[in-house]
Ligand binder design. Sequence first.
Ligand SMILES: NC(=O)c1ccc[n+]([C@@H]2O[C@H](COP(=O)([O-])OP(=O)(O)OC[C@H]3O[C@@H](n4cnc5c(N)ncnc54)[C@H](O)[C@@H]3O)[C@@H](O)[C@H]2O)c1
Length: 667
Amino acid sequence: MTFQDQIKQGIPSELPSIKKYNPSLNHAPKRKEILSIAEKELAIKNALRYFEKKHHSILAREFAEELNEYGRIYMHRFRPDYKMYARPINEYPGKCMQAKAIMHMIQNNLDYAVAQHPHELITYGGNGAVFQNWAQYLLVMRYLSEMTEDQTLAIYSGHPMGLFPSHKNAPRVVVTNGMMIPNYSQQNDWEKYNALGVTQYGQMTAGSYMYIGPQGIVHGTTITVLNAGRKIAKNGEDLAGKLFLTSGLGGMSGAQPKAGNIAGCITVCAEVNSKITEIRLSQGWIDEKITDLDKLVERVNKAKENKEIISIAYLGNIVEVWEKFDKENVYIDLGSDQTSLHNPWAGGYYPVGISFEDANEMMANKPEVFKEKVQESLRRQASAINKHTAKGTYFFDYGNAFLLESSRAGADIMADNGIDFKYPSYVQDIMGPMCFDYGFGPFRWVCTSANPSDLEKTDAIACEVLQEIMKNSPVEIQQQMVDNIQWIKGAQDNNLVVGSQARILYADAEGRMKIAEAFNNAVKSNEISAPIVLGRDHHDVSGTDSPYRETSNIYDGSKFTADMAIQNVIGDSFRGATWVSIHNGGGVGWGEVINGGFGMVLDGSKEAEKRLKSMLFWDVNNGIARRNWARNEGATFAIKRAMEVEPKLKVTLPNLVDDTLLKDLFN
Ligand SMILES: NC(=O)c1ccc[n+]([C@@H]2O[C@H](COP(=O)([O-])OP(=O)(O)OC[C@H]3O[C@@H](n4cnc5c(N)ncnc54)[C@H](O)[C@@H]3O)[C@@H](O)[C@H]2O)c1
């Protein structure tokens, strides 16, 4: 059967043959036992809804085995045999270009070169799912191949509820992931309701089909490391010979060594998983691997002496490195952590002193003991970090809930006031005031032709647009413009593409709109051979309400509200997005954040031009307006500029209060 026929078929009516477990691939850890027997029966009943009755007796047994063995029902038998990757758009069957573009993006998120646990449909972050099971994938692809321009597909946490009549300007797909009644939004609720097959954790970009491999994060990480370097520079010097210590070589964390190289420092990144370490080595995302702590110290000292730009993976636990470097007096200039602490009890964080295999076994079979070990390890890690910061290290939380989970573990991580943490998050110190408040965020695009020469052309167009804009940019955003132009100029040389022909480029509202318009014109004139998909990370100016990350530099008390993210997704959907998504839990954990995103197809049409202008303007300025209302200076500056350009924009500005007025009010 051809690829197209397989897509159109959806769930096959005859059972495909059983798929063998492939040990050479990276697999999701076994999830903990959480369902009662009655709930397990319900999970099987739920899973069988996708299949004809004649198959139920075989599949019921098989799914029960999966549930017992993996803690989830992935429906492995239904994994398609064709290769999973983003094909050129015209290879997808269908009646609607927008739907074909979405298929391109979905397949990219499940590509073996891109996805962290491809057989479990997990793209990154340990539990960032595209779909819960293979039946959902097959059904969604079939619906997309049938969809016309006056239908919208409603997707509930991976499950396609169905195609509903709508209209040409409506989104083609509306995705919700993990939307829970607030009281049912704890970590264990995810375990339970995901095991039942009724919800999923969509992370930021996995469940919205917008993940573009580690490149998506390299740019943001480069900006973070560069600006962290500017913060610690005493005389404006660069990062040459300075040491950055961190952990994780996974989906996003894997970008750190590459970013360290681009920023020009020595990076040491600890990773406990040998398979992942080998993948990053073979991809050239790290330069060297070391498994012995003494050799690591020796190598780092040599790199410091020679001011080498180098990235070293330490295959082992990060806690060991913090402690060893303290003992051996290796000075760390910049320190962070990118273990997946948004998912601390199910494989996001591996405790020190236990082998990788034993830890996997323990988290499934003795979850309470495992939790204790994680917390003990976090206390040790925090204590070692405190010793380094006392010597001068600049430590920042990388939005992975490290400080939050360490505080919950009772680590010495709270500031004197007992409310704040000792250390800032990278958004409080760097990304928030320098980027998000001005509207700069991780804009991205994908060439659906899958042709590298199209990507090259888009890079050149984007660079030209930014250079033109920079001529009249105010001084407040000049540094951003310089960094972004430098990034796009070096993007081809840095060989960043893994999976689809995609590019990320931090840009503000003006940049995003002008670049998008230029792309649409290039598609129209056939300079670019197929439509372009626009999108962004949820981790952006307006998309995400997350008190310990994206909105951690909001200080008016509203960081625990989620109006901005909800406003954003609703506003995007009626201003022309091709698909929209809203998630619970991306990045920092279930219940800790609401985050949303969009995709938009530029097909060269007049309608696409109208949509991009209307939607991108709102998509960025919504967040700037809110940041401005929270009294963030940069945002007030940026929203005033936006109002000058667009007379129909009228934003409420805050009146600033003289703090001395408040002093004696309640004494
Ligand atoms: N890169 C960014 O810009 C960014 C931004 C915000 C948040 N984050 C957060 O960073 C975290 C990491 O994301 P990811 O996609 O890379 O997740 P991931 O699960 O793919 O990778 C984390 C890696 O850490 C390793 N690890 C866990 N415990 C360890 C330990 N004690 N020592 C050494 N290695 C250990 C794991 O084996 C895994 O490979 C997430 O919580 C994510 O939300 C990243």
